[in-house]
Write a protein that binds this ligand. Structure first.
Ligand code: ADP
Length: 490
């Protein structure tokens, strides 16, 4: 593992740290704040306003008012689309600066942040196009009646997002919600509050009316919980940890609000001996180490057919040792820091545990350097299915290699997890590929590729990896209520 060294672009200026309620930047009623960090150095970069339940109530009231009155309520659907196109244009224009801010606050490499910004633009444009294409149906009802359906907004939506793709998750939430005419109160993750605030400024500039988008930073247990509990919030869209989703689902039961969840994974990545070795090694590497493994779809269970197992693991380890780790703002850097000390400590705990459980540590297993929250790319070989490192989502650059012999065996083992977010298979045999794709219990299956996620394709989890789908047309279903209108005919 090498330290990256090229010249880095300057860090961006931090302009906004307040709460956005009703298109105004305000201080919290009770004056709360929290520090946000640069994970590459561990230093505080800004103090950010923290919303209490009182601020949540103000934001929800603003969102309710916007939902039920002009101009948002009566706006032509095509004009909602135009606002989303405008926001996409503003993000595109400012992509470099937004990417730098994302890298500064989230520790993403600048190249990954730039790719995220393209994803944000694509997502906003994709849903802008949907705004005037959300249609009901006429229904061939029995009797002398005309029945038709209307697709109407769910209402005020609380959106709670994580720190690993801060702006992309915002776009996945705002795009479909706004295309369908909802109003939103967004709570970014406490680790990464900054880029969402800039998007709030751009949303005002784009022309979204007051109250349509509101942004409240703060802690999950306070700001997030108040949003979930609020009786005037109609739906919660959440991306984060499975344990948090359980808390949210229980709390949402009191008001029976709708919930959609995009949660974690322990995704199986299956390499058959007939795969293109070079591509499969590169693919398995990308599957686990993209964004330092801080990805809900990370290919963290790497099943390798026993005939090629040894060579495959050796080639993977060679690459891991060459990975350039360092300053995320340096364009040469391939892996930045983990997002926080808490995450780094959790990953290092699993590195110890894997050794205690008897897995073979091929490379990595330690902190990288002594400043910031960096972890070496880590490979455990000869992992058994029942080891904690094969079962738990580590959310870091740690892969468990599990040798296998037969296709039926690997499908069965791949499915032995309570997660079901993503899976991949590498083979030149079309029958094996189709069999795996059909039988694996996962919301996304990749064949001879990995981490291909697009605004156009439904994304979400089977089993405990989620409820509902984001992206594609599928997301619209979760942001509209269907109303049946029946008219007696003469
Ligand atoms: P992670 O462990 O990856 O940080 P979390 O599920 O804790 O994932 O965080 C994802 C988002 O959920 C963050 O915005 C966080 O503040 C929020 N959150 C955490 N706990 C709660 C809670 N009890 N109620 C609502 N939101 C929460």
């Amino acid at each position: 593992m090498a330290q990256a060294t090229m010249k880095r672009p300057a860090p961006p200026a931090i302009r906004q740290t307040k709460l956005l309620i009703n298109n105004q930047w305000v201080d919290p009623v009770e004056g709360g704040s929290f520090d946000t960090y640069n994970p590459a150095t561990g230093q505080v970069i800004a103090k950010v306003a923290a919303a209490s339940a009182k601020d949540v109530d103000k934001a929800v009231q603003a969102a309710r008012k916007a939902l039920e009155s002009s101009p948002w309520k009566t706006m032509d659907a095509a004009d909602r689309g135009r606002l989303l196109y405008k926001l996409a244009d503003l993000v595109e224009k400012e992509a470099d600066e937004l990417a730098r801010m994302e890298s500064l606050n989230a520790g993403k490499t600048i190249n990954d942040s730039l790719a995220d910004m393209q994803g944000v633009v694509n997502t906003l444009r994709y849903y802008a196009g949907w705004a005037d294409k959300i249609e009901g149906r006429t229904v061939p009802v029995r009797g002398n009646f005309l029945s038709y359906t209307l697709r109407q907004p769910v209402g005020v939506v609380g959106q709670i997002i994580p720190w690993n793709f801060p702006l992309l998750m915002l776009a996945w939430k705002w795009g479909p919600a706004l295309a369908c005419g909802n109003t939103v109160v967004l709570k970014p993750a406490e680790q990464t509050p900054l880029t969402a605030l800039r998007l709030g400024e751009l949303a005002i500039e784009a022309g979204f009316p007051p109250g349509v988008v509101n942004i409240l930073n703060g802690m999950g247990e306070t700001t997030g919980a108040a949003l979930v509990a609020h009786p005037d919030v109609d739906k919660i869209a959440f991306t984060g940890h499975v344990d948090t989703a359980k808390i949210i689902q229980k709390a949402a039961a009191d008001t029976l609000k709708r919930v959609t969840f995009e949660l974690g994974g322990k995704s199986p990545n299956v390499i058959f001996a007939d795969a293109d070795m070079e591509q499969a090694v590169a693919g398995a590497f990308h599957a686990i180490y993209f964004h330092g493994g801080q990805c809900c779809t990370a290919g963290s269970r790497l099943f390798v057919e026993d005939k090629i197992h040894q060579e495959f693991v050796e080639r993977l380890a060679e690459r891991a040792k060459e990975r350039k780790i360092g300053d995320p703002l340096d364009p040469q850097t391939e892996q930045g820091p983990q997002v926080s000390k808490e995450q780094m400590d959790k990953i290092l705990h699993y590195c110890d545990l894997g050794q205690k459980e008897g897995a073979t540590l091929m490379t990595g297993g330690h902190r990288f350097g002594d400043k910031g929250f960096f972890v070496e790319p880590t490979i455990f070989d000869n992992v058994k299915d029942d080891m904690a490192i094969a079962k738990d989502e580590i959310f870091g650059p740690v892969v468990s290699v599990l040798p296998f012999k037969k296709v039926e065996e690997v499908i069965d083992r791949a499915n032995r997890t309570y997660y079901g977010l993503a899976a991949a298979v590498w083979t030149r045999d079309i029958d094996k590929a189709h069999l795996f794709a059909r039988e694996v219990k996962a919301g996304t299956v990749w064949v001879n590729c990995y981490h291909v996620v697009d605004a156009t394709t439904p994304f979400g989890g089977f089993k405990m990896s989620g409820q509902g789908r984001e992206n594609g047309e599928a997301a619209l279903e979760h942001y509209t209520e269907i109303k049946t209108v029946t008219i007696k005919l003469k």
